[in-house]
Every structure is written in structure tokens, then in C-alpha cells.
Design a protein around this ligand. Structure first.
Ligand SMILES: [Zn+2]
Length: 205
């Protein structure tokens, strides 16, 4: 069974947010469509959120790297409303402790169900479609973690190309990390809709 993993499509990572990815909200329409398609087929949809305590060491103010963002319970930490996530969506919270950067969704917590990895295994998921923000941190770490936990069919990585990685660079990165034959598909603004629909269809074989 396959599942959709939507990574960190939160207000703070979109235009006007505290740690905005340039045009990050451009990932919303294709992911919204995918979430609707998965739901219609009865397949699980997960949405992760960075969910930091205000005193997290992840923040530069506390000795870390980043400006304050996605603090638990704040408007910036909310998932984008225009994702229109189905009521059945499973929310995955990550970076919840003071010392946890929360880059990978795999060890994030699904409320009442354990970690994401545990939940994927419980449900018998063997293929994960990943998309979201930002390619170079949380999407990347989540994909690598999934691969290292033997989600061998997780060969498709949806990425948003204006975030600094080209397809070639992503392939290179994955090969350097020891993963071969990963099918990286970079979503461009021009091709979002047909691209996602095409890949979804091939993924259903
Ligand atoms: Zn963070």
C-alpha cells in the first residue's frame, strides 16, 4: 500500500512567514490534488508539521541555526489552510523537544499512534510519496530516512526545483548517500498539475 507524506506545508515556510521558502506556497495545489486522490482511494495521507517549543535550541536565539519559526500553537505553525486536508489526515509532529531539530518526519509523532515509521509499518505501507517544504532539509532528511528504513519502493521524490536543487543535483546527492536508481521528479511551476497526475498514475501500477 502507498501513502502520501506532505512535509511541513506551514505558514512560516510560505511567503510572509518567519522562515519562508521563496514561493513555497506553490507546492500547495499539486499536494492538495494528491491528498484528494489518495483519500478517494482510501489510502493514508500524512501531513507533518515543525512543532517547536519557544525555547528550542534549534533557534539561533538559543544557540542554534534558525530564526524562530513554527512555535507550537502559533499561527505560523499552522498547516496551510488552502491544502484543504481531509478530516482523515494524520498529523505528524516533529521537533517537539528542546533538543530535537525535527528534520526527519520518520521519527515524528502521530498522535496516539507512535512514530510515523511505526504507523507506516502498522498499516502495511510499502511505498511513500513525499512532497513539501523544504527540499534541502526536511524533505531530504525524510526521504533518506525512509530509504534507510527499507522503504525500497520509495523511489519517487517530489521536489520543488526553485529551492536550490536541480534534478541532476538531487540524483547526485542520493547516489552519494548510497541510494541508486531513485526516481527523482522535480515539480516545476509550469508542469505541476500534469506531472503529479502522471506520476500518481504510474505509481498505482
Ligand atoms: Zn524547524
Amino acid at each position: 500500500m502507498q501513502a502520501l507524506l506532505i512535509v511541513d506545508v506551514q505558514n512560516d515556510f510560505c511567503t510572509g512567514g518567519a522562515l519562508a521558502v521563496p514561493e513555497g506556497e506553490s507546492v500547495v495545489p499539486p499536494l492538495r490534488r494528491l491528498a484528494q486522490q489518495f483519500t478517494a482511494l482510501g489510502l493514508p495521507v500524512y501531513a507533518t508539521r515543525d512543532w517547536h517549543p519557544a525555547d528550542s535550541r534549534h533557534f539561533a536565539a538559543n544557540g542554534g541555526t534558525w530564526p524562530v519559526h513554527c512555535v507550537q500553537g502559533t499561527p505560523g505553525a499552522r498547516l496551510r489552510e488552502d491544502l484543504k486536508l481531509p478530516s482523515s489526515v494524520q498529523i505528524v509532529s516533529k521537533g517537539q523537544s528542546r533538543t530535537d531539530d525535527g528534520y526527519s518526519a520518520v521519527v515524528g509523532e502521530v498522535a496516539g499512534r507512535g512514530t510515523l515509521l511505526e504507523d507506516l509499518k502498522t498499516r502495511g505501507v510499502d511505498k511513500v510519496i513525499v512532497g513539501g517544504l523544504a527540499t534541502d532539509y526536511c524533505v531530504k532528511h525524510s526521504v533518506l530516512d525512509l530509504l534507510s528504513h527499507r522503504f525500497e519502493k520509495a523511489r519517487e521524490l517530489y521536489a520543488d526545483h526553485w529551492l536550490g536543487f536541480s534534478e541532476v543535483q538531487l540524483h547526485q546527492f542520493l547516489e552519494n548517500a548510497g541510494f541508486k536508481n531513485i526516481d527523482v521528479r522535480v515539480v516545476s511551476r509550469e508542469k505541476q498539475s500534469p506531472h503529479f497526475q502522471t506520476v500518481f498514475a504510474t505509481g498505482m501500477k
